[in-house]
Design a protein around this ligand. Structure first.
Ligand code: ZN
Length: 352
């Protein structure tokens, strides 16, 4: 889904909504609940080059979604409560879990107060290199290089290439091309080295994004002290785990849990796979997460939850609250399960 153009996805969501298809499909596809994925909740930024806009929604939209969920009488539950319902088959009411990936400061400053006022639980999945200030938010470094230059040059496969990126259209096209080229690299090391070199050449400080945007350990401790908050693991370095050797993938998951436990004095029992699509988490990662004893692990594969997910607790799908689709009707269609069922070819629990 990530590679589909926003206009195409939006068209599909609109047609499901306006034909009313999401209503009659709901009993069939709506499942027993859903996990929502969020990244940033923050005021809109101005300017026209925002390739990472899909990762942020506004506080206003977030508040409207919450109100809508309350109105439709779904229970907002913690990950532990979701786990209990799945294990015990307690599906008398539909439920939604709100999960925030990465541990951004705006989760504490903006989303948390809104949820606290509602008494709604939330989970925050932390990549431990972010509060340790060693993390590389490489997708933002790439954005900054392209935003700040009219032309950039680099070496690919031993050849020097230069690209014009003076206009917004050129910047968007170059970002897309480079982003998906990087995501297709066979190893995480290759991706990171490329972005590190590029950032160094164009004087972009990769480490700065962490400090500016992510919570430190003290801020995380403040959140973690609230029983409404579940802190989950999200690896140490935020790699696409499926591209790492097995030992390294296992260490990323296990070590992040120990680091969080040492810092916050509570052992995380839930995990989110970084990036989380098929290229970054598959059967090997689902099995490792289960072996390591995580109660649940979430992907970014789109979908709602069915009773059958009890057998696939470390391969759970989620519904993204995506900045490109900030309309209540899109969220209603997504939660009805009809859009994701179409994307998934009407397969329900999927762990392959
Ligand atoms: Zn993440």
């Amino acid at each position: 889904m990530a590679a589909l153009k926003p206009t195409i996805v939006r068209g599909g969501l609109e047609s499901l909504y306006f034909t009313g298809a999401h209503h009659f499909l709901k009993p069939l596809l709506g499942g027993v609940g859903a996990i929502l994925t969020l990244h940033h909740v923050r005021p809109p930024r101005f300017g026209r080059f925002h390739p990472n806009r899909l990762l942020e929604i506004t506080p206003q939209f977030f508040t409207r979604v919450l109100k809508d969920l309350r109105r439709s009488r779904v229970d907002l539950v913690s990950l532990d409560e979701m786990y209990r319902r799945l294990i015990e088959g307690d599906f008398s009411r539909r439920f939604v879990c709100l999960t925030f990936d990465d541990g951004y400061r705006d989760t504490l400053q903006i989303a948390y107060p809104i949820l606290k006022a509602e008494g709604a639980p939330l989970a925050v999945y932390v990549a431990t290199s972010f509060p340790d200030r060693l993390g590389e938010l490489w997708w933002l470094a790439l954005e900054a290089v392209i935003a700040g230059n009219n032309r950039i040059g680099f070496t690919i496969d031993g050849r020097n290439r230069t690209f014009d990126c003076a206009t917004v259209a050129e910047k968007r096209a170059l970002y897309d091309e480079l982003y998906w080229w990087l995501r297709a690299r066979p190893t995480e090391t290759e991706l990171r080295e490329f972005v590190r070199n590029l950032a160094a050449c164009y004087c972009v400080d990769i480490a700065a994004f962490c400090k500016e945007l992510c919570m430190g350990w003290e801020e995380l401790a403040e959140l973690a002290a609230d029983p409404l908050v579940t802190i989950g693991a999200h690896t140490v370095n935020h790699p696409m785990l499926a591209k790492l050797p097995e030992k390294a993938a296992r260490a990323e998951m296990d070590l992040s849990r120990s680091v969080i436990e040492a810092a916050l004095l509570k052992r995380p029992e839930h995990l989110s796979f970084p990036v989380g699509d098929r290229t970054s988490a598959g059967p090997r990662e689902f099995a490792i997460a289960a072996e390591l004893g995580f109660k649940t692990a979430v992907t970014t594969r789109p979908g709602v939850l069915f009773p059958a997910h009890r057998e696939h607790l470390t391969a759970l799908p989620r519904i993204s609250l995506n900045g490109e689709y900030q309309r209540l009707r899109y969220v209603r269609v997504l939660l009805s399960g009809s859009a994701t069922a179409m994307w998934n070819g009407f397969r329900r629990a999927e762990a392959a």
